[in-house]
Design a protein around this ligand. Structure first.
Ligand SMILES: [Zn+2]
Length: 290
């Protein structure tokens, strides 16, 4: 189970530490940048890429994006920082004094290992790495001529880099590298300890994360959150709540549990929504969903 999906599901339902919330917030900001990059890649026709490749030998290597092209395998490391930064003596220095030390070191370390792998596999490509800044509110001054950065204003450069005239070869390289994926990131996360019985049920606004206390009226297709006034479809709210239930329980759930979590929404409505999104099986003669 993904650590951040679990934390997100638990927000407002159990007491989480500030550290856990902060870690989740950082993840969410990073994820925004990555999602933006994914949409850029998807706007390009026929591109072979791997998102979040994790490799292990006796050390750990994590690659945000690997893009396979005709001559080059690109490593793109995504940063969603915002505000004014200066690049000086190899460090990124934020206006608020926040320093990111030698961002290129991490890239080089990753690049070195990737080169080692492709040589070993006899893949005929060179490796090139970029640090991509995706946030429109990010600016960089100083020695920015370095061919290491792609700034928000240069994001179209990515289209130029990607050549895919050998789609079959590139696809083959992608699948070969994918087989090496050996996820380790979740091993480092300290999962919160809780008892399922003590977790607060309820439908939660997908926007502000507040639990909607009152029950949903049957005929309303759209529900307005009483906290942030965002309007979300009833179906979407219920589906998200059931996904959270499954994630938090960590095991298939019953109709009784589903109804409790959805503030008593009618079973027919739940069945209708669950159809196509969950599988069903029998456990001790009771239907459970997963
Ligand atoms: Zn809300």
């Amino acid at each position: 189970m993904n650590y951040y999906t679990l934390i997100e599901s638990l927000i407002g339902r159990i007491e989480l530490s500030n550290q856990e919330i902060q870690k989740y917030e950082n993840y969410k900001k990073g994820r925004e940048g990555e999602d933006k990059f994914i949409s850029i890649l998807k706007s390009i026709n026929h591109v072979e890429y791997i998102y979040n490749l994790q490799l292990k030998n006796n050390q750990y290597y994590q690659y945000d994006f690997i893009v396979i092209t005709d001559k080059v395998i690109y490593q793109f490391e995504i940063k969603n920082y915002y505000g004014a930064y200066e690049f000086k003596d190899g460090n990124l220095i934020g206006q608020n004094g926040f320093i990111i030390k030698y961002p290129s070191a991490q890239l080089e370390r990753n690049e070195y290992y990737l080169e080692h792998i492709i040589t070993k596999l006899n893949i005929q490509r060179i490796v090139k790495s970029y640090l991509v800044f995706t946030n429109d509110k990010f600016t960089l001054s100083g020695d920015t001529n370095d061919d290491l950065f792609i700034l928000p204003t240069q994001i179209k450069k990515i289209n130029q880099l990607i050549q895919n005239n050998e789609p079959q070869n590139n696809y083959l390289i992608k699948t070969t590298l994918q087989t090496l994926h050996d996820p380790f990131e979740d091993e480092f996360n300290q999962y919160p300890i809780y008892k399922f019985e003590n977790v607060k049920p309820g439908i939660r606004c997908t926007y502000c994360m507040n639990i909607i206390e009152r029950s949903l009226e049957n005929k309303q297709k759209m529900i307005t959150c009483h906290n942030c006034y965002t309007t979300v479809s009833r179906k979407e709210l219920i589906l998200k709540t059931l996904e959270e239930l499954l994630c938090i329980k960590g095991a298939p759930f019953t109709m009784r549990e589903a109804r409790k979590w959805c503030n008593g929404v009618h079973r027919n409505t739940l069945l209708y929504i669950m159809k196509g999104h969950f599988k069903v099986k029998l456990k001790n003669k009771t239907k459970v969903y997963y």
